[in-house]
Design a protein around this ligand. Structure first.
Ligand SMILES: Nc1ncnc2c1ncn2[C@@H]1O[C@H](COP(=O)(O)OP(=O)(O)OP(=O)(O)O)[C@@H](O)[C@H]1O
Length: 247
C-alpha cells in the first residue's frame, strides 16, 4: 500500500527533520510511529499526505489511495461557521451530487457514533465529539489510507480510550490502512499492528516491531496482558536508548 524509501527532508531554514527513513505499510495494516518531540513524525506524515515535498527519497502509494488526514487540533481543522453535516461532506463538494453527499455524510457520522448531530455546529460539541466529526470527515472520502497525526492527544484520558476503540472498529469495518503518529507509548502498542520507533531528530528508524498482540483488543484486558507489558517495555527502552535491544 505504502512504501517509503530513504526519505529525508530539510526545511528551508536549514534544519534536517528526517534522515533516510524507509518504511512499508501493507494494505489493512495499522502502523504507529513513535518518537521524541521534534524527531520529524509530523514531517513524515505531511510528506506522505503530499503537504510537504521531501528533499530526498521516494513515497510509493499503490493504487493511488488519495490519503485522508486527521490532525490533533480538531478545533482548528473544523470550520466553525459550517454545520457538522457541511463540515463532514466538505471534501465531496464539487465532486459528488448534493443528495449523495448528504447521504455519505450521514453514513460517516453513523460510523463514528454521532448520528444525531448533523445540524449542530462544531463549537456546540465536546472535544471528543469534535474529533469524531473530524474522523467522519476523513472517512467520507472512503480513503484506502488514513493518516493520523496525534489524533487523540487533545482529549481527556477516558475520551481518548473511546476514540482509540472507535478507530479500531472503523478500520476493521472499512478495511482502511492507517499510519498514526503518537508520542504515547501505550497508545502505540494498544493500536498498532506494528510500532515504528524513530530516533531523536533528525528522525531515522530505530526499530520496527510487531505489537505481538491479538487482533481483538480491549482497554482492560489488552492493557493488562503480559504481551502488552512486554511490547511497552521494548518500545520504552528503544525510545530511551535509541538503539535496538540485544537479546
Ligand atoms: N515548517 C517548518 N519550517 C522549518 N522547520 C520546521 C517546520 N516544521 C517543522 N520543523 C522542524 O523540523 C523538525 C521536526 O518537526 P516535526 O514537527 O516533524 O516533529 P515531531 O516529531 O512531529 O514533533 P512533535 O512530537 O513535537 O510534534 C523540528 O526540529 C521542527 O522544528
Amino acid at each position: 500500500m505504502l512504501t517509503i524509501t530513504n526519505l529525508s527532508h530539510r526545511y528551508a531554514g536549514g534544519r534536517l527533520a528526517l534522515d533516510g527513513v524507509s518504511l512499508a505499510v501493507a494494505a489493512d495494516e495499522l502502523v504507529c510511529i513513535v518518537g521524541p518531540s521534534g524527531c520529524g513524525k509530523s514531517t513524515l506524515l505531511r510528506c506522505v499526505a503530499g503537504l510537504v515535498t521531501p528533499t530526498a527519497g521516494t513515497i510509493g502509494l499503490a493504487g493511488d489511495p488519495a490519503p485522508a488526514m486527521v490532525f490533533q487540533d480538531y478545533g482548528r481543522s473544523l470550520f466553525p461557521w459550517l454545520s457538522v453535516r457541511s463540515n463532514v461532506d466538505f471534501p465531496l463538494r464539487g465532486r459528488v451530487p448534493r443528495a449523495e453527499r448528504r447521504a455519505r455524510a450521514a453514513e460517516a457520522l453513523r460510523d463514528v457514533g454521532l448520528p444525531d448531530v448533523a445540524d449542530r455546529y462544531p463549537w456546540e460539541l465536546s472535544g471528543g465529539m469534535q474529533q469524531r466529526v473530524a474522523i467522519a470527515r476523513a472517512l467520507v472520502v472512503r480513503p484506502a489510507l488514513l493518516l493520523m497525526d496525534e489524533p487523540f492527544a487533545s482529549v481527556d484520558a477516558q475520551t481518548r480510550a473511546g476514540l482509540e476503540d472507535l478507530l479500531l472498529r472503523v478500520r476493521r469495518a472499512h478495511g482502511v490502512t492507517v499510519l498514526l503518529v503518537t508520542h504515547d507509548i501505550d497508545e502505540s502498542v494498544y493500536l498498532g499492528d506494528r510500532i515504528v520507533v524513530l530516533s531523536p531528530g533528525p528522525g531515522t528508524v530505530v526499530a520496527d516491531l510487531p505489537s505481538g498482540l491479538p487482533a481483538e483488543r480491549d482497554q482492560i484486558g489488552t492493557r493488562g496482558s503480559p504481551a502488552f507489558a512486554a511490547a511497552r517495555t521494548a518500545v520504552a527502552k528503544l525510545l530511551m536508548t535509541g538503539t535496538e535491544e540485544t537479546p
